[in-house]
Ligand binder design. Structure first.
Ligand code: SF4
Length: 201
């Protein structure tokens, strides 16, 4: 799996992100080597996809990280997430999505920079964010968001997408790191929810 030039790119990206292959479960959507590395056909995706779904059921991961268009489209379809049209598809890469039971974090396929070197920098940034997903935010035990959530005043999505997800992207976190003051009722995306303030702060 991921051998040859794209495997080398993947190894580089993983090394830069500090994620070891042993920390993650890796698999393929298509289970056979396709002749001349051609694109998978729909019937091949449908047949092999059944094995992938079984693997997901057995491994039961919290986070799915589909790499590239075909794997991401397949996962989106299975989790009833709208699939953007192809010209806009790149916008899904690096966006953390919450479903009922899992998080999905699509990334570009490691083969991408071999054809389009300009995407490498953005890929490096997004692959490095995998590190955040492996641990909770260090501020979570003392963060007002935890209290609001436990009091039933904050939607679970905020906690899963930021505090137990992509916390490096949290505006509160970034301000904490710089020692910048911010109101307790400021949400992870930087917006302010006055209802949290009215709740007795
Ligand atoms: S809201 Fe932000 S700073 Fe607070 S625990 Fe969540 S990710 Fe960390």
């Amino acid at each position: 799996m991921f051998i040859g030039p794209s495997g080398k790119v993947l190894d580089e990206l993983l090394e830069a992100s500090g994620v070891k292959r042993e920390e993650i479960y890796m698999t393929n959507l298509i289970k056979c080597m396709l002749p001349k590395y051609r694109r998978p056909k729909q019937d091949e995706i449908d047949i092999c996809g059944e094995y992938l779904l079984k693997e997901i059921e057995i491994v039961d991961p919290d986070i799915l990280i589909p790499l590239g268009y075909y794997a991401t489209r397949y996962i989106f379809e299975r989790y009833a997430i709208p699939v953007p049209p192809k010209p806009e598809f790149r916008e899904v890469y690096g966006k953390l999505i919450l479903t009922d039971d899992r998080k999905i974090f699509p990334l570009r396929h490691p083969v991408a920079p071999l054809y389009q070197p300009s995407v490498k920098e953005e890929m490096l940034k997004n692959y490095c964010r995998m590190r955040f997903l492996l641990t909770d935010c260090k501020w979570y035990p003392v963060c007002p968001m935890k209290r609001f959530y436990e009091e039933g005043r904050l939607d679970r999505r905020w906690i899963e997408l930021y505090c137990k997800g992509d916390w490096g992207n949290c505006v509160r976190y970034q301000m904490e790191e710089k020692g910048e003051p911010h109101p307790d009722w400021m949400l992870p995306d930087g917006s302010v929810d006055e209802r949290l303030r009215e709740g007795g702060l």
